[in-house]
Design a binder for this molecule. Structure first.
Ligand SMILES: [Cu+2]
Length: 108
């Protein structure tokens, strides 16, 4: 029993350490998820900064994500012509098995 408690404490310590190491708002949801190859979403471009884009995205039920405004990294440069205020459809892929990155984005 003592040993089991120790193992549990170590495991919990690792999990909370991982959670603290990540900055994404979605980590808790991701941890309970099976790996997913690709997800789709829709949203509105709120801001663009280099290779990142801020989207007010709709809910993505498959990931248990509620609607929210957040920053995403772009795998490729933002397509020419896309700008703040545009409604978009986008595709997410997990880079290094964790962070969701936009692999495709187009005007809706
Ligand atoms: Cu989000």
């Amino acid at each position: 029993m003592k040993k089991l408690t120790l193992v549990l404490a170590v495991t919990l310590g690792m999990v909370s350490g991982m959670a603290q190491a990540e900055m994404s708002a979605h980590d808790m949801a991701q941890m309970s998820m099976q790996p997913q190859p690709k997800q789709e979403g829709r949203g509105l471009i709120k801001a663009v900064n280099g290779n990142t884009v801020q989207l007010a995205h709709e809910a993505i039920p498959a990931l248990h994500w509620p609607p929210m405004t957040m920053w995403f990294s772009l795998r490729d440069p933002l397509p020419a012509g896309l700008k703040v205020g545009d409604r978009v459809r986008f595709e997410l892929q997990q880079s290094d098995g964790k962070k969701w990155t936009i692999s495709k984005i187009e005007r809706e």
